[in-house]
Design a protein around this ligand. Structure first.
Ligand SMILES: NC(=O)c1ccc[n+]([C@@H]2O[C@H](COP(=O)([O-])OP(=O)(O)OC[C@H]3O[C@@H](n4cnc5c(N)ncnc54)[C@H](OP(=O)(O)O)[C@@H]3O)[C@@H](O)[C@H]2O)c1
Length: 253
């Protein structure tokens, strides 16, 4: 297949290299040819890829001819030594060590955060340490807390995770167990998430708009849950707010 690639894994016998091989398999990455590299002491030994033994090669310029992407995880000093040579041979290097993370000429690409940075690479891409990658969720929490100020409260923010086999519709604030059962949660984010479900999962645009109009109507009438209540508004609990929105919705059918 023309779109399949020649891939090199440098440090293929190590923990990170082995994980790279397993991920390439699991994700069915379009690999036409896999070349494995490690230290001198491993040359001639084999690693397994897609059930086949792959012989470890010696790291030298000719061995990278034709390689399109090289994943490097043989250590920082080794990346500094080998990456320029691998780039010169024509491959793009994705480096897993800390060799280039602070290099202004090398984009540091963080999954789900700045994939666009990869576009400005000049042959080498750096990625953060795996522990940094998983803190991305924490950054997401910080960003959503800050963005909530625009809508007045986290309780006003619906969300949809689209693009996978199924969509997931839920309020941005998640389950909020600390306020469960107290009647003070704002149900609007959950109700607007249902509107997104109607729109994006079921293609029911008119019904989605009716739900959104119902929410707007109730807010215009001055009803507020505790998180968005102000002087002069009518403070209501979770159930009362939901009932008001349901009535405003029913009135449109
Ligand atoms: N970004 C991330 O998420 C992430 C995660 C884990 C690790 N890493 C990085 O990946 C690198 C390797 O970590 P690891 O845990 O996989 O280490 P490891 O298990 O010790 O594996 C080291 C690998 O490098 C090879 N190697 C060692 N010296 C070499 C040399 N002089 N020339 C060529 N190959 C050589 C080893 O080959 P032999 O078997 O022949 O010795 C082995 O394949 C480190 O820089 C680490 O910080 C990054």
């Amino acid at each position: 297949m023309a779109s399949e690639l020649c891939i090199a894994v440098v440090g293929a016998t190590g923990a990170a290299g082995q994980t790279t091989l397993r991920i390439l398999e699991e994700r069915k990455f379009p690999v036409r040819e896999l070349r494995a590299f490690a230290s001198e002491r491993s040359v001639g030994k084999t690693v397994t890829f897609r059930g086949e033994p792959i012989t470890i090669r010696r790291i030298e310029p000719t061995a990278f001819k034709g390689v399109e992407i090289a994943f490097c995880s043989a250590g920082s000093a080794q990346s500094k030594e080998y990456a320029p040579m691998i780039v010169k041979a024509g491959a793009t290097v994705i480096d897993k060590s800390n060799a280039f993370r602070m290099d202004p000429d090398v984009p540091l690409v963080i999954p789900e955060i700045n994939a666009h940075a990869a576009r400005r690479h000049r042959g080498i891409l750096a990625c953060p340490n795996c522990t940094t990658i998983v803190t991305e969720n924490t950054f997401g929490d910080i960003l959503s807390d800050e963005a909530a100020i625009l809508a007045g409260s986290m309780g006003m923010l619906p969300s949809a995770s689209l693009g996978g086999a199924v969509g997931l519709y839920e309020p941005v604030h998640g389950t909020a167990p600390d306020i469960a059962g107290k009647g003070i949660a704002n149900p609007i984010a959950a109700i607007l998430s249902a509107a997104m479900l109607l729109r994006y999962a079921l293609g029911l645009e008119k019904d989605a708009e009716r739900v959104e109009r119902a929410v707007l109507r109730v807010l215009e009438e001055g009803h507020r849950t505790a998180d968005i209540a102000q002087a002069g508004t009518n403070a209501v609990g979770t159930r009362e707010m939901a009932d008001l929105i349901v009535r405003a919705l029913e009135a449109q059918y």
